[in-house]
Design a protein around this ligand. Structure first.
Ligand code: UD1
Ligand code: CA
Length: 454
């Protein structure tokens, strides 16, 4: 088969987003809309991908750094036909071109493959049938049911307004004819624009048939012009992803209350409660349970681990059969071995915690190396930062850290050491000994409580 080029029209300003961010850079599922469309083009094995960007669209070029993209500037928005013309110098003279929109992010590969398969004669058009077609270009068919033209909403006669089959904007074109057709476009219409849609009538008069393919679901062709449409498509994408997870055996308390802004991979018997957000690359092993309202970003969680509600994990690795939370925070560089317990209001940063160790309550562990079977009592803190530099705390196997211990780094707690509660540890705690640094308890006899002043 001849080679496929994809042109993505993305020069629109997106005024109705009321945002400094160009419209096609607004994220859906954590990824700019345009990046999603580019991924789609790649999955279709396009030999060439050209993005038509607009005036002030430098931010778009800077954000989308992919090497395999060619950029065509459309300095003035003179219509979709004019936009495609700006891409012409990038396109080979043979093969076919598929036109996509940068603000239509959820079109499926299956549908686009169908569209390409239908373009045997070089051309095909993706349509939809809507209850309310207002605003869209209408598909005009002849008595035999063949597509003969598209009429834009603003140019429709009263009779044409009643047509419910609409142009999604996505179509396949034969490159050999493209230059001639695009040069023949006129802007004598209601909007004074060069309409790409006018190539349909040109093709038909040249004897090129335009078979139509209808989208499986309207969201596949839905575009984003404002924040409401962005939010609606976000929900649709999330629902699609939730359904895929359910289909693959993941238990979701509610498929309408999960957000995946990246990729979630999983083993068997994974269960996720409501309100969880997964960002970047998240891997959940067999039997992992994630409680309500957890946020996991770039984390790997091994089999059998349970994460209780309201926990926040980022750039962390969690071993097998751990118990995390509720209200736990694993910050970047937290590495937990198997059977570790991290409890409520505990923060772990850039630290490894050995097998079977427990840090259960109100504690900060940063820049530390914690051995196996260590118990860190409530309210203990590694004082890792002097305001300028960071220092390491080493806690070896079987250490018991009493509650309220301040470990002033750099400091080492040798194997089996016990630290008395309330200790401010500034020097090595020797192995198997009790180390305690605590002001002596004093009892003042005859003490009277203060009286209320008159
Ligand atoms: C277009 C179609 C219409 C179709 C509708 C589907 C034309 C003339 N009309 O209408 O039949 O039903 O899409 O949503 O094609 N763009 C540029 N440069 C321009 C103009 C547009 O790059 O000069 C890009 C926009 O960024 C957008 C896409 O083309 O991604 C469509 O533009 P838009 O103005 O939304 O098209 P409509 O007028 O809604
Ligand atoms: Ca327009």
């Amino acid at each position: 088969m001849d080679s496929l080029s994809v042109v993505i029209l993305a020069a629109g300003k997106g005024k109705r987003m009321y945002s400094a961010l160009p419209k096609v850079l607004h994220p859906i599922g954590g990824q700019p809309m345009l990046a999603r469309v580019i991924t789609t083009a790649r999955q279709l094995h396009a030999a060439k991908i050209v993005v038509v960007y607009g005036h002030g669209g430098e931010a778009v070029r800077e954000t989308i750094q992919e090497q395999d993209i060619e950029w065509a500037l459309q300095a003035e928005q003179l219509g979709t036909g004019h936009a495609l013309k700006m891409a012409l110098p990038h396109l080979p003279k043979v093969g076919r071109t598929l036109v996509l929109y940068g603000d239509v992010p959820l079109t499926t590969i299956a549908t686009l493959q169908q569209l390409l398969d239908a373009a045997e004669g070089g051309m095909s058009l993706l349509t939809d049938v809507l209850a309310d077609a207002s605003g869209y270009g209408r598909i005009v068919r002849d008595a035999a049911g063949q597509i003969i033209a598209i009429v834009e909403d603003k140019d429709c006669s009263a009779e044409q307004k009643a047509l419910r089959e609409i142009n999604t904007g996505m179509l396949v074109l034969p490159n050999a004819r493209l230059e001639g057709w695009l040069n023949a476009l006129q802007n004598s219409n209601a909007q004074g624009e060069y309409y790409l849609t006018d190539v349909i009538a040109l093709a038909v008069s040249d004897g090129v048939a335009v078979p139509g393919v209808t989208v499986a679901a309207s969201w596949e062709a839905a575009g984003v012009n404002n924040k409401l449409q962005l939010a609606e498509l976000e929900r649709q994408l999330q629902l699609n992803q939730a359904r895929a997870l359910l289909g693959a055996g993941v238990t979701l308390a509610d498929p309408a209350r999960i957000d995946i802004r990246g990729e979630l991979t999983h083993g068997q018997d994974v269960a996720i409660d409501v309100g969880c957000i997964f960002e970047g690359q998240v891997m959940l092993g067999d039997g992992v349970k994630v409680g309500a309202y957890c946020v996991l970003k770039n984390v790997k969680v091994a089999a059998g681990t349970q994460i209780a509600p309201y926990s926040h994990l980022e750039d962390a690795i969690v071993g097998e059969a751990c118990r995390i939370g509720p209200y736990a925070r694993l910050r970047p560089g937290a590495r937990l071995a198997a059977h570790v317990h991290i409890g409520n209001f505990v923060e772990i940063k850039k630290s490894s915690i050995g097998e079977g160790s427990k840090v259960n309550h109100l504690t900060y562990i940063g820049d530390a190396e914690v051995g196996r079977k260590v118990n860190v009592g409530a309210g203990s803190v590694t004082c890792n930062y002097d305001g300028v530099n960071k220092f390491k705390t080493v806690i070896r196997d079987n250490v018991f850290v009493g509650s309220g211990t301040l470990m002033v780094a750099p400091v080492t707690l040798e194997q089996g050491a016990t630290i008395g509660a309330g200790t401010v540890l500034t020097k090595t705690a020797p192995a198997e000994q009790l180390t305690i640094g605590r002001a002596k308890q004093l009892v003042v006899s005859g003490w009277q409580r203060p009286q209320k002043l008159k």
